[in-house]
Ligand binder design. Sequence first.
Ligand SMILES: Cc1ncc(COP(=O)(O)O)c(C=O)c1O
Length: 373
Amino acid sequence: MNLFDVYSLYDIEPVSGSGSYVYTADGTKYLDLYGGHAVISIGHSHPAYLKRVGDQLSKLGFYSNSVKNSLQAELAERLGKISGYEDYSLFLCNSGAEANENAMKLASFHTGRKKILAFDKAFHGRTSGAVAATDNPSIVAPFNQTPNIEFAPLNDIDVVVQKLSTNEFAAVIIEGIQGVAGIRMIDDDFLRELRRVTQEYGVALILDEIQSGYGRSGRFFAHIWTGIRPDIITCAKGIANGFPMGAVLISPKFEARKGLLGTTFGGNHLACAAALAVLDVFEQENLVENAMNVGSYLLDELRRIPWLIDVRGRGLMIGFDVEGSAADLRRELLFEHRIFTGGAGAHTVRILPALNLSLDQAREFIEKLNALK
Ligand SMILES: Cc1ncc(COP(=O)(O)O)c(C=O)c1O
């Protein structure tokens, strides 16, 4: 059997990792500034992570959501505390797309309305509702097309008001910072206005913090920069440092009932152990603060490089454009300088490293980038 050929692959295979480095079988070392699509939050093979996940695996890897699981309760309590959402409830699932499906479903159940408003260039995942709310027709199958999703231009509140005033919308979904679009910033004032108008029209505000959350922006969630509180927040990626997990943080205004949401694997023992290990390391190593400090250094230094265009971002969620091909630049960085970066479109490079990237590692990147031209 062959693999279904849907991924463009670099001819390179990391077989081990440590912190912000990965290694191929011949021992070649690569600086990882991409964390496998922004997933690696505490670094590869962190000892605290290995210990906690290993210990859990030797006790109990999985049991279903039909019995008590105190690891879930511990995760809910600690995530509530670290994020400032202690009064919200937690629903655990397995991926970012699944978190967004559940968020949109919950908003629709709650309001009795059918429509969701999303924004241009948004990416919310590849499952049915999530892909319909993703502004990329090439990945939306006819089966996924629905009149229940509409799009508005980002940072234009008037269009949002026009749509919401129809009273047909259950929710507005927006990323904390648009990631797949190439690190596209949401205006702080636009997000505050969005909070105000969603409240005015009784529409749930869903913050997709799957890429921008979990400390990456230098705050636990990117929207915290604006002081707003959404109704629903979705997380995945960094939450369990590579163990598949998604989460929905739900405001107290939503009432749970048995069977309303559910999943076989979501919140299983191993996933919870991985997520708890991530929070242990966040606390012990002040990772949100480190993301802020190292991110500010990187942003400052990148802005000094004359051939980089529109350096943007917050914390360790950084994007910049180049005049020529970003793919060529990324290939040169990878194969000649042994640095992994991310892309987005023809001209954009994304930097999404582990949150414990050190200043020395950031400096190494800047030096190599400066030496290119
Ligand atoms: C903002 C955002 N939402 C949702 C998703 C989908 O997450 P997953 O691939 O875990 O389904 C992604 C993935 O890149 C994302 O960046």
